[in-house]
Ligand binder design. Structure first.
Ligand SMILES: C[S@@+](CC[C@H](N)C(=O)[O-])C[C@H]1O[C@@H](n2cnc3c(N)ncnc32)[C@H](O)[C@@H]1O
Length: 274
Protein backbone atom coordinates (compact mmCIF):
# COMPACT_ATOMS: atom_id res chain seq x y z
CA UNK A 1 0.00 0.00 0.00
CA UNK A 2 1.26 3.48 -0.82
CA UNK A 3 1.91 6.05 1.93
CA UNK A 4 -0.81 8.44 0.71
CA UNK A 5 -3.38 5.60 0.56
CA UNK A 6 -2.44 4.42 4.05
CA UNK A 7 -2.94 7.94 5.44
CA UNK A 8 -6.12 8.88 3.57
CA UNK A 9 -8.36 8.50 6.66
CA UNK A 10 -6.00 10.44 8.94
CA UNK A 11 -5.01 13.43 6.81
CA UNK A 12 -7.21 16.02 5.10
CA UNK A 13 -7.23 16.38 1.29
CA UNK A 14 -5.01 19.43 1.64
CA UNK A 15 -2.56 17.58 3.93
CA UNK A 16 -2.43 14.59 1.58
CA UNK A 17 -1.64 16.98 -1.26
CA UNK A 18 1.29 18.40 0.75
CA UNK A 19 2.66 14.97 1.63
CA UNK A 20 5.77 14.24 -0.43
CA UNK A 21 5.26 10.81 -1.96
CA UNK A 22 8.86 9.71 -2.43
CA UNK A 23 11.40 9.08 0.30
CA UNK A 24 14.87 7.55 0.25
CA UNK A 25 15.65 4.31 2.02
CA UNK A 26 19.27 3.80 3.12
CA UNK A 27 19.62 0.36 4.68
CA UNK A 28 16.84 0.24 7.25
CA UNK A 29 16.47 4.05 7.56
CA UNK A 30 13.78 5.93 5.63
CA UNK A 31 14.63 9.58 5.02
CA UNK A 32 11.64 11.80 4.32
CA UNK A 33 10.94 15.49 3.79
CA UNK A 34 8.11 16.74 6.05
CA UNK A 35 6.65 20.08 4.89
CA UNK A 36 6.24 22.57 7.82
CA UNK A 37 2.42 22.35 7.53
CA UNK A 38 2.60 18.60 8.34
CA UNK A 39 4.97 18.88 11.30
CA UNK A 40 2.24 18.07 13.83
CA UNK A 41 1.52 14.83 11.89
CA UNK A 42 5.12 13.69 11.51
CA UNK A 43 4.93 10.94 14.16
CA UNK A 44 1.82 9.53 12.47
CA UNK A 45 3.56 9.64 9.07
CA UNK A 46 6.69 7.97 10.47
CA UNK A 47 4.73 5.23 12.23
CA UNK A 48 2.77 4.59 9.03
CA UNK A 49 6.00 4.10 7.06
CA UNK A 50 7.20 1.62 9.73
CA UNK A 51 3.87 -0.23 9.51
CA UNK A 52 3.99 -0.41 5.70
CA UNK A 53 7.62 -1.57 5.43
CA UNK A 54 8.76 -4.13 7.98
CA UNK A 55 12.38 -3.79 6.76
CA UNK A 56 12.46 -0.10 7.82
CA UNK A 57 13.39 0.38 11.48
CA UNK A 58 14.03 4.14 11.63
CA UNK A 59 12.22 7.07 10.00
CA UNK A 60 14.13 10.36 9.92
CA UNK A 61 13.13 13.72 8.49
CA UNK A 62 15.48 15.94 6.54
CA UNK A 63 16.09 19.42 7.90
CA UNK A 64 17.27 21.56 5.00
CA UNK A 65 19.60 20.47 2.26
CA UNK A 66 23.13 19.12 1.82
CA UNK A 67 25.44 21.76 3.23
CA UNK A 68 29.04 22.73 3.83
CA UNK A 69 32.32 21.32 2.64
CA UNK A 70 31.38 17.78 3.63
CA UNK A 71 27.90 17.97 2.01
CA UNK A 72 26.05 16.67 5.08
CA UNK A 73 22.40 17.03 6.03
CA UNK A 74 20.72 17.29 9.44
CA UNK A 75 18.31 14.47 10.27
CA UNK A 76 15.73 14.20 13.07
CA UNK A 77 14.30 10.83 14.00
CA UNK A 78 10.48 10.92 13.94
CA UNK A 79 9.69 7.21 14.44
CA UNK A 80 11.31 3.88 15.19
CA UNK A 81 14.64 3.08 16.82
CA UNK A 82 16.82 5.84 18.22
CA UNK A 83 19.88 5.49 15.96
CA UNK A 84 21.23 6.94 12.72
CA UNK A 85 23.78 4.33 11.71
CA UNK A 86 22.76 1.66 9.24
CA UNK A 87 24.08 -1.08 6.97
CA UNK A 88 23.32 -0.80 3.28
CA UNK A 89 24.07 -3.13 0.35
CA UNK A 90 24.62 -2.02 -3.22
CA UNK A 91 25.88 -3.93 -6.28
CA UNK A 92 27.35 -6.68 -4.10
CA UNK A 93 29.06 -4.29 -1.65
CA UNK A 94 28.30 -3.86 2.05
CA UNK A 95 28.43 -0.34 3.49
CA UNK A 96 28.08 1.04 7.02
CA UNK A 97 27.22 4.73 7.36
CA UNK A 98 25.47 7.39 9.38
CA UNK A 99 23.60 9.45 6.76
CA UNK A 100 23.66 12.52 8.98
CA UNK A 101 27.42 12.51 9.56
CA UNK A 102 28.51 11.73 5.99
CA UNK A 103 27.27 12.42 2.49
CA UNK A 104 25.60 9.46 0.86
CA UNK A 105 22.99 9.20 -1.86
CA UNK A 106 21.23 5.99 -2.81
CA UNK A 107 20.15 7.89 -5.92
CA UNK A 108 23.71 7.67 -7.29
CA UNK A 109 23.56 3.86 -7.26
CA UNK A 110 22.95 3.59 -11.03
CA UNK A 111 25.73 6.08 -11.70
CA UNK A 112 28.21 3.99 -9.73
CA UNK A 113 27.21 0.93 -11.78
CA UNK A 114 27.43 2.96 -15.00
CA UNK A 115 31.02 4.02 -14.23
CA UNK A 116 31.98 0.47 -13.26
CA UNK A 117 30.79 -0.73 -16.69
CA UNK A 118 33.10 1.79 -18.43
CA UNK A 119 36.29 0.62 -16.70
CA UNK A 120 38.59 -1.47 -18.92
CA UNK A 121 40.83 -4.33 -17.73
CA UNK A 122 43.95 -3.21 -15.89
CA UNK A 123 42.92 0.43 -15.41
CA UNK A 124 44.31 2.54 -12.59
CA UNK A 125 41.43 4.67 -11.31
CA UNK A 126 41.31 7.72 -9.06
CA UNK A 127 38.11 8.68 -7.22
CA UNK A 128 38.42 12.22 -5.87
CA UNK A 129 35.95 13.02 -3.02
CA UNK A 130 35.39 9.33 -2.24
CA UNK A 131 33.14 9.73 0.83
CA UNK A 132 32.37 6.41 2.55
CA UNK A 133 34.05 4.59 -0.31
CA UNK A 134 30.92 4.08 -2.41
CA UNK A 135 32.48 4.67 -5.85
CA UNK A 136 35.82 2.92 -5.11
CA UNK A 137 34.19 -0.18 -3.64
CA UNK A 138 31.40 -0.53 -6.23
CA UNK A 139 33.99 -0.15 -9.01
CA UNK A 140 36.32 -2.64 -7.32
CA UNK A 141 33.55 -5.23 -7.04
CA UNK A 142 32.03 -4.67 -10.49
CA UNK A 143 34.90 -3.78 -12.83
CA UNK A 144 38.23 -5.20 -14.02
CA UNK A 145 40.23 -2.23 -12.61
CA UNK A 146 43.75 -3.08 -11.47
CA UNK A 147 43.90 -0.43 -8.76
CA UNK A 148 41.53 2.17 -7.34
CA UNK A 149 42.56 5.07 -5.11
CA UNK A 150 40.00 7.15 -3.21
CA UNK A 151 40.66 10.49 -1.50
CA UNK A 152 38.29 11.98 1.08
CA UNK A 153 38.68 15.02 3.33
CA UNK A 154 36.03 14.30 5.98
CA UNK A 155 37.67 12.14 8.67
CA UNK A 156 34.29 10.65 9.61
CA UNK A 157 33.53 9.63 6.01
CA UNK A 158 37.09 8.29 5.60
CA UNK A 159 36.77 6.20 8.79
CA UNK A 160 33.53 4.68 7.44
CA UNK A 161 35.29 4.05 4.11
CA UNK A 162 38.08 2.13 5.87
CA UNK A 163 35.50 0.13 7.83
CA UNK A 164 33.61 -0.58 4.60
CA UNK A 165 36.80 -1.73 2.89
CA UNK A 166 37.57 -4.20 5.68
CA UNK A 167 33.92 -5.35 5.70
CA UNK A 168 34.24 -6.41 2.05
CA UNK A 169 37.10 -8.86 2.47
CA UNK A 170 37.34 -9.96 -1.14
CA UNK A 171 38.16 -6.42 -2.32
CA UNK A 172 41.94 -6.04 -2.30
CA UNK A 173 42.74 -3.40 -4.94
CA UNK A 174 41.46 -0.25 -3.17
CA UNK A 175 43.59 2.31 -1.29
CA UNK A 176 41.79 5.03 0.67
CA UNK A 177 43.55 8.25 1.61
CA UNK A 178 42.36 10.86 4.10
CA UNK A 179 42.90 14.49 3.23
CA UNK A 180 42.24 17.33 0.83
CA UNK A 181 42.75 16.29 -2.81
CA UNK A 182 44.48 19.62 -3.41
CA UNK A 183 47.13 18.70 -0.82
CA UNK A 184 47.44 14.97 -1.41
CA UNK A 185 47.32 14.63 -5.19
CA UNK A 186 50.49 16.63 -6.05
CA UNK A 187 52.48 14.60 -3.47
CA UNK A 188 51.05 11.33 -4.77
CA UNK A 189 52.76 12.05 -8.09
CA UNK A 190 50.68 9.40 -9.93
CA UNK A 191 48.91 9.31 -13.30
CA UNK A 192 45.63 7.46 -13.79
CA UNK A 193 43.68 5.96 -16.70
CA UNK A 194 40.44 7.29 -15.26
CA UNK A 195 39.63 10.06 -12.78
CA UNK A 196 36.13 10.64 -11.34
CA UNK A 197 35.15 13.89 -9.61
CA UNK A 198 31.82 13.24 -7.81
CA UNK A 199 31.49 16.67 -6.14
CA UNK A 200 29.06 18.51 -8.46
CA UNK A 201 28.90 21.80 -6.58
CA UNK A 202 32.60 22.65 -6.62
CA UNK A 203 34.40 20.01 -8.72
CA UNK A 204 35.32 22.76 -11.21
CA UNK A 205 37.82 24.15 -8.68
CA UNK A 206 39.76 20.88 -8.87
CA UNK A 207 39.86 20.41 -12.66
CA UNK A 208 43.51 21.49 -12.93
CA UNK A 209 44.79 18.92 -10.44
CA UNK A 210 42.52 16.27 -11.97
CA UNK A 211 44.05 16.92 -15.40
CA UNK A 212 47.56 16.71 -13.93
CA UNK A 213 46.66 13.25 -12.62
CA UNK A 214 45.44 11.93 -15.99
CA UNK A 215 47.56 9.79 -18.32
CA UNK A 216 47.64 10.52 -22.06
CA UNK A 217 44.30 9.56 -23.71
CA UNK A 218 42.58 8.96 -20.40
CA UNK A 219 39.00 9.30 -19.12
CA UNK A 220 37.63 12.06 -16.90
CA UNK A 221 34.20 12.04 -15.26
CA UNK A 222 33.37 15.60 -14.24
CA UNK A 223 30.14 16.07 -12.23
CA UNK A 224 28.23 19.33 -12.34
CA UNK A 225 24.81 20.81 -11.58
CA UNK A 226 23.39 22.16 -14.81
CA UNK A 227 20.13 23.54 -16.14
CA UNK A 228 18.18 21.99 -19.00
CA UNK A 229 19.64 23.00 -22.39
CA UNK A 230 22.87 24.26 -20.77
CA UNK A 231 24.71 20.94 -20.57
CA UNK A 232 27.27 22.17 -23.11
CA UNK A 233 28.41 24.74 -20.52
CA UNK A 234 29.72 21.86 -18.40
CA UNK A 235 31.67 20.50 -21.37
CA UNK A 236 33.05 24.03 -21.88
CA UNK A 237 34.33 24.04 -18.27
CA UNK A 238 36.34 20.88 -19.03
CA UNK A 239 37.54 22.24 -22.38
CA UNK A 240 38.67 25.54 -20.82
CA UNK A 241 40.61 23.66 -18.13
CA UNK A 242 42.21 21.48 -20.85
CA UNK A 243 43.39 24.54 -22.77
CA UNK A 244 44.76 26.09 -19.55
CA UNK A 245 46.75 22.92 -18.91
CA UNK A 246 47.92 22.20 -22.48
CA UNK A 247 45.69 19.13 -22.75
CA UNK A 248 43.29 18.28 -25.55
CA UNK A 249 39.66 17.35 -25.12
CA UNK A 250 39.26 14.61 -27.71
CA UNK A 251 35.66 13.70 -27.01
CA UNK A 252 32.95 14.56 -24.46
CA UNK A 253 29.37 13.63 -23.79
CA UNK A 254 26.98 14.38 -20.94
CA UNK A 255 24.83 12.00 -18.90
CA UNK A 256 21.98 12.91 -16.59
CA UNK A 257 22.62 11.33 -13.18
CA UNK A 258 19.77 12.88 -11.20
CA UNK A 259 17.63 15.92 -10.44
CA UNK A 260 18.70 18.84 -8.29
CA UNK A 261 15.75 21.22 -8.13
CA UNK A 262 13.45 22.57 -10.82
CA UNK A 263 14.93 22.24 -14.32
CA UNK A 264 18.36 21.54 -12.79
CA UNK A 265 20.17 18.24 -13.15
CA UNK A 266 23.16 16.49 -11.66
CA UNK A 267 25.12 15.62 -14.77
CA UNK A 268 28.36 13.87 -15.59
CA UNK A 269 30.65 14.93 -18.43
CA UNK A 270 32.40 11.80 -19.69
CA UNK A 271 35.53 13.12 -21.39
CA UNK A 272 38.44 11.55 -23.22
CA UNK A 273 41.56 13.71 -22.82
CA UNK A 274 44.98 13.50 -24.41
C1 LIG B 1 29.00 14.94 -2.92
S1 LIG B 1 29.97 14.02 -1.77
C2 LIG B 1 30.29 12.53 -2.68
C3 LIG B 1 30.77 11.40 -1.82
C4 LIG B 1 30.87 10.04 -2.54
N1 LIG B 1 31.67 10.13 -3.74
C5 LIG B 1 29.49 9.50 -2.86
O1 LIG B 1 29.00 9.73 -3.96
O2 LIG B 1 28.91 8.85 -1.99
C6 LIG B 1 31.49 14.86 -1.85
C7 LIG B 1 32.55 14.39 -0.85
O3 LIG B 1 33.73 15.15 -1.09
C8 LIG B 1 34.36 15.42 0.14
N2 LIG B 1 35.23 16.57 -0.10
C9 LIG B 1 34.87 17.88 -0.26
N3 LIG B 1 35.95 18.63 -0.54
C10 LIG B 1 37.01 17.79 -0.59
C11 LIG B 1 38.39 17.96 -0.86
N4 LIG B 1 38.89 19.16 -1.12
N5 LIG B 1 39.21 16.88 -0.85
C12 LIG B 1 38.70 15.64 -0.57
N6 LIG B 1 37.40 15.41 -0.31
C13 LIG B 1 36.56 16.47 -0.32
C14 LIG B 1 33.21 15.66 1.10
O4 LIG B 1 33.58 15.45 2.43
C15 LIG B 1 32.19 14.60 0.60
O5 LIG B 1 32.33 13.39 1.30
Amino acid sequence: MKLKDALKDDLSEEELHLLIRAYDVVGDIAIIIIPPELQSKEKLIGDTILRLHKNIKVVAKRAGNYEGEFRTIQLTIIAGEDRKETEYREHGVRFFLNPEKVYFSVRSSNERKRLAALVKPGEEVLIMFSGIGSFPLVLAKNSPAREIIGIEKSQIAHDYALRNLTSNRKINNVTLLAGDVADLLPDLNRKFDRVAMPLPKTAEMYLDIALHSLKHRASLHFYDFQQTNLFDNSIKKVNTACKRNNRTLIQAETHICGHSGPRTYRICVDACIS
